[in-house]
Write a protein that binds this ligand. Structure first.
Ligand code: GLU
Length: 304
């Protein structure tokens, strides 16, 4: 029998005292205030057992992790029409890079970089009656948790400094790849990024991707085929320009955010979330990546 709690405890202990914890994201002022010492891990097996260590029940700003959830909702709503407006190739560039978007005529490389997620936000705006409420309800249903909410202070903080996202959205609009107004699309996008969840809630919300489209309450939200494709996109595009490194070190589909969270999963086996706000130069949680590398090495559980 694998002792998962012992493994999480060992990983936590080996990394807590590491001096270099990376740098907290400074370009969204509200995120720069989060203490770098925070560090938590939560593991949920597909069979329902849960294991936690450290600050796993403290809320973090999920930021780009929300891009997988908005993608899931858009895929559910418009199906394969989504791929007319964006590609599914890794970008090999930072999450907010603009030159590829211009070279490729306003078709984002994939839905997990900012330009792609902004197009996904536009799809949700066009297809949901009350976009913010309906999207939040979708996330709450996936996680089976009505306490999950937006953080308006974080959304506002990002709106005031979101020059790069305004540039991307204007470029998309100029190529005819946004149906709605730039301000409305970005307002939705900043809100989706501002959702707060703890590591346990993240493993709950991502259970659907480990369970062929059925959430922790066994309700079907996505088809097995849609989940297969979303997991493929997470594996190849989920870690900025470090997706290859994450596949190499960890070997799981997943997604990170500049709030320092990472969620990863092994289909039919588990979902795991880590949180440590210090980021490496590519924007991925410095300790989180190391913790997940240790986890899949120690347990020998990865897709490879
Ligand atoms: N809201 C952030 C941005 O658009 C998300 C970045 C991230 O987590 O990768 O810059």
């Amino acid at each position: 029998m694998v002792d998962y709690q012992e493994i999480l405890d060992e990983i936590h202990e080996s990394l807590t005292n590491v001096k270099d914890k990376g740098e907290v994201a400074g370009y969204i002022p509200e995120l720069a205030n989060v203490p770098k010492e925070k560090f938590g891990i939560h593991l949920q097996l597909i069979t329902g057992e849960n294991y936690s260590v450290g600050d796993a029940s403290e809320k973090l700003s999920i930021q780009s992790i929300s891009k997988v959830l908005s993608l899931a909702k858009a895929f559910q709503l418009v199906g394969t029409n989504l791929w007319k407006r964006m590609d599914v190739e890794p970008s090999g560039n930072p999450f907010n890079h603009l030159s590829l978007l211009e070279m490729e005529n306003g078709i984002p490389r994939n839905p997990l970089i900012n330009s792609g997620a902004i197009v996904v936000a536009d799809v949700l705006l066009s297809n949901l009656e009350n976009p913010k409420d309906d999207f939040l309800n979708f996330v709450r249903q996936l996680a089976h948790d009505d306490t999950i909410s937006f953080n308006e202070t974080v959304a506002e903080s990002e709106r005031l400094t979101g020059y790069n996202n305004y540039a991307a959205a204007n470029l998309l609009k100029s190529y005819g790849n946004l149906e709605n107004d730039v301000d409305d699309v970005l307002d939705f996008y900043f809100y989706q990024c501002s959702i707060m969840m703890d590591c346990k809630q993240l493993t709950n919300a991502f259970y659907v991707f480990a369970n062929k489209g059925r959430c922790i309450h066994d309700q079907e939200h996505l088809t097995a085929s849609q989940v297969k494709r979303i997991n493929a996109i997470m594996l190849t595009c989920g870690f900025y320009d470090e997706a290859g490194e994450f596949a190499f070190e960890v070997g799981l589909p997943g997604k990170s955010g500049v709030g320092g969270g990472i969620v990863a999963l092994l289909p039919q086996c588990f979902t795991i979330a880590t949180w440590s706000p210090g980021l490496n130069p590519q924007g991925n949680s410095y300790l989180g990546m190391q913790a997940l590398e240790q986890f899949t090495t120690k347990t020998k559980l990865s897709i490879f």
